[in-house]
Write a protein that binds this ligand. Structure first.
Ligand code: AP5
Ligand code: MG
Ligand code: ZN
Length: 217
């Protein structure tokens, strides 16, 4: 099963993709997580990406396309994957189609998590992320068992640099301008699957499992 999760910042892409990957045993490929790891490792592309990410701007397409081309060519993706945060522009969507064509693979669907703006702002401003394993928490909606500590690995929780008010506003604008056009793009391809992402985490997950099971192979 090969799916893309689309949705505004804070829609729950990372939260749901992680659960799906675990349940179905397929890789969760999150470009934001990959970029944050490169920043942490101080690689050349990480240093370049950081300046864009902190402002809430998109990192240049060619960097992301290179990352995804390498990642999808890995044999662990041949049975399926969940893409989270890619594609985010029409150029990236075109590149994804040609990468998959070359690998003789096809997407099963593009799941669009629909969440109203006031909800995503509330979700992002109180999000906390594990510094070691990247798991997402929310102070109110999905709190860790012990404050400031990851349930899974005991890692320290922190607030992402781009979860500050100014950066959130910019990310939402960037999403509307550059990523929202992908909804039409995938509708035209017959791949769009809209999902109500405003429900609570477990209810959204149930809906996603129903969709995924429908195409399981
Ligand atoms: P990225 O890391 O992908 O950030 P994003 O798209 O802004 O999405 P988020 O991770 O903020 O939200 P999410 O949908 O994953 O929500 P989450 O599950 O955490 O990208 C960061 C940056 O990297 C970009 O700005 C850009 O610079 C760069 N980048 C990445 N990919 C790129 C690309 N392809 N091209 C160019 N640049 C790229 O949930 C949010 C919060 O809500 C959490 O606290 C969670 O606990 C809570 N929550 C989740 N679901 C629910 C629910 N149903 N009810 C209540 N709370 C919930
Ligand atoms: Mg995310
Ligand atoms: Zn952790």
């Amino acid at each position: 099963m090969k799916f893309v999760l689309l949705g505004p910042p804070g829609a729950g892409k990372g939260t749901q993709a992680e659960k799906l990957a675990k349940k179905y045993g397929i890789p969760h490929i999150a470009t934001g997580d990959i970029l944050r790891q490169s920043v942490k490792d101080r690689t050349k592309s990480g240093m370049l990406a950081k300046s864009y990410m902190d402002k809430g701007e998109l990192v240049p397409d060619q960097i992301l396309i290179g990352i995804i081309r390498d990642r999808l060519s890995n044999p662990d993706c041949s049975k399926g994957f969940i893409l989270d945060g890619f594609p985010r522009t029409v150029t990236q969507a075109d590149a994804l189609s040609s990468i998959l064509r070359r690998l003789n693979q096809k997407l099963n669907g593009m799941i669009n998590l629909e969440v109203p703006q006031e909800k995503v702002i509330a979700r992002l401003s109180s999000r906390r992320v594990c510094r070691s394993c990247g798991t997402n928490y929310h102070i109110e909606f999905n709190p860790p068992k012990e404050e400031g500590k990851c349930d899974k690995c005991d890692g320290q929780l922190y607030q992402r640099d781009d979860d500050k008010e100014e950066s959130i506003q910019n990310r939402l604008k960037v999403y509307q301008r550059q990523t929202e056009p992908l909804i039409k793009y995938y509708k035209k391809e017959g791949l769009l699957i809209p999902v109500d992402g405003a429900k609570d985490i477990s209810a959204v997950f149930e809906d996603l499992c129903t969709i995924v099971e429908g195409v399981k192979k």
